[in-house]
Each structure stands twice: as C-alpha cells, then as structure tokens.
Design a protein around this ligand. Structure first.
Ligand code: MN
Ligand code: MN
Length: 301
C-alpha cells in the first residue's frame, strides 16, 4: 500500500514536471489537467494482498468516538477493534500471503498509535517496562515485512498486548511460524486474534491483572483463529465445510510451553462463547456452524 503511495507520489511528481514543461513550451495549447495531489492519487490494490476483514467484523465495531469499547481501526496492514477500558484491542484481523512478504528489517520501533481519538487511553512502550510481560504483537512483525512502512505499522501499540515472555516467544510464536510456513506451501491465511479475561503470570511471577496504572488489562487467555485456503481469488466464496480452520486458546503464563501449541486447539464456538465475538461472520451460516464446531487435528509443523 505504502509502496503504491510512494509510487503514486513519484508518478504525480513526473506528471507535474511534464505539465510544467508542456505549459512552458506550448502555452497556447490545452494541456493535460493538473495531476491530483498526492493524497488523492488512486491507491491500487496489490495482487494477492486481500481484505484483512474479508471474513467479517467480529464485534460489529464502528469508527466512532461514541463507541470507545468497540472502536474500529482499519489500517492497510490489519484491522482491529480497540477497547478503551482495557487499553488494548479486542481483536486484530489480518490476511497473510506471500504478497505481504519482503525483506524489510524488523524495525523494533514500538510507538503509540496517534490514530486513537483524543481522550482515549494511548499506550506507550514504557508502559510495559519492568512489568514482566512482553509487548506481544497480534499481527506479527514477520507477517508484514513487504516494506519498512508495513513493518512499522505492526509496532503500533494498538497491535500489542501484554504477553508472558514464554507464551510470546515459544508457544504463540511457534504457531505464528507454522502459519507463515503455510504460505510457502501454496496457501493463504486469514487470522483473527486477541486476548480475554484478566490476570496473567509474567516473568515477575504472581498474577498481574493490569499494568500502566490500571490502564492496560493483562489478559488471562490468548486466542487465535486461522482460516487456511489454497492461494486464489474470491476467498469468502471458496470457504467450505472442508476448509481447514485452526482455533487455539492459551493461558498467558510462563508454563504454557509445557504443551506444544497444537494441544491448545479448541473450537471457534468455544472462543465465541468466551469472548462474546462472532467470528467468521461473513461465512454462510451452514458452513460457519460446521467449521466452528470442529477441533482441528491437522499437522502442527
Ligand atoms: Mn486470496
Ligand atoms: Mn461465527
């Protein structure tokens, strides 16, 4: 997206110079209309990068300051619903295919999300310092390295939640690695993820329910739902009751790695019950209920 924008900016600059030159040489002739300002250049879709919310809006979130508990934020790289009272997202949703991948360096540039409305709590990276919890990405940095700009957006604190280091770096991380491995086997993946409950155990021990002076809730559980399709077009209409769906629900603790990620598989229905969300809501009802009631038993590596 940003690559296209900067390409658009370059095209705009070229058109502008061309029109200035033409105007200078042939004042009497009508010339091409002035190019659109950069901000109005059409943004072309990048093939293979699909709608991050193609499978639905799990909480019917809207972008209104009147709904601080369910505030929709749509970015080119992912979409989320922010919950102000928890200081984090309720869910983050994103599409992954090889088209999102590139060679940008991990920027490690955690920063507050200025797109939050005035008056909403805005986490900063220091809120996590010495808490015993990692700044855990929901949409992973490694899923968005097509450009520096794409990668930087994953470090916005609205895409981050407090995760026990072992969860973040081992069990959750292993599932992220598995999902990425699938795109090199000819698949594309839709993911929705979040946390629920309050009270995790980080590297300081004990149970921590909030950090940042109560402004950020530490989830007790982390969940993720992945829908895996062979790479192709018109994805929502290709989902069938045979589509592979992986749902996991993991404790936010330092002992989560006692079992591999596959042991935390559950049903989408169970996650919907625990979170109050409606996942995969754009999938036709009969297929949705079939997919949501099954526990994946496919390979885990
Ligand atoms: Mn597709
Ligand atoms: Mn559902």
């Amino acid at each position: 997206m940003v690559a296209i924008l900067s390409h658009g900016a370059r095209v705009g600059a070229l058109l502008f110079s061309a029109s200035v030159l033409l105007g200078a040489c042939r004042k009497e002739d009508p010339i091409a209309p002035d190019p659109l300002p950069d901000t109005e250049q059409p943004v072309l879709p990048i093939p293979g990068r699909d709608d991050n919310m193609a499978l639905g809006n799990p909480s019917a979130a809207i972008t209104s300051v009147l709904t601080p508990e369910n505030y929709l934020m749509v970015k080119p790289q992912y979409a989320l619903a922010y919950q102000n009272s928890r200081g984090t997202a309720r869910w983050v949703s994103w599409h992954l295919s090889t088209s999102w991948k590139g060679s940008a360096e991990r920027c490690d540039c955690f920063s507050g999300d200025d797109a939050l409305p005035f008056g909403f709590f805005q986490a900063v990276t220091q809120d996590y310092t010495n808490t015993g919890f990692n700044r855990g990405h929901l949409c992973p940095s490694d899923d968005r390295d097509g450009s520096d700009a794409d990668n930087e957006v994953t470090f916005l604190m609205t895409n981050v939640m407090p995760q026990a280091p072992i969860l973040n770096q081992v069990t959750w991380g292993n599932l992220e690695d598995y999902a990425r491995s699938l795109i090199y086997d000819g698949y594309e993946v839709y993911t929705v993820a979040g946390g629920y409950g309050a009270g995790g155990t980080g590297s300081n021990g004990g149970t921590t329910t909030t950090i940042a002076f109560g402004n950020i809730t530490v989830p007790s559980r982390y969940w993720k739902v992945l829908v895996i399709l062979e790479e192709g077009e018109d994805d929502i209409n290709r989902i069938s009751s045979n589509t592979r769906v992986i749902a996991v629900d993991m404790p936010n603790t330092q002992t989560v790695n006692a079992s591999p990620w596959g042991a935390y598989r559950t049903t989408v229905d169970a996650i919907e019950d625990s979170t109050g969300l409606d996942l995969l809501s754009l999938v036709p009802a009969a297929i949705q209920s079939a997919l949501e009631s099954a526990v994946d038993d496919g390979p885990t590596q």
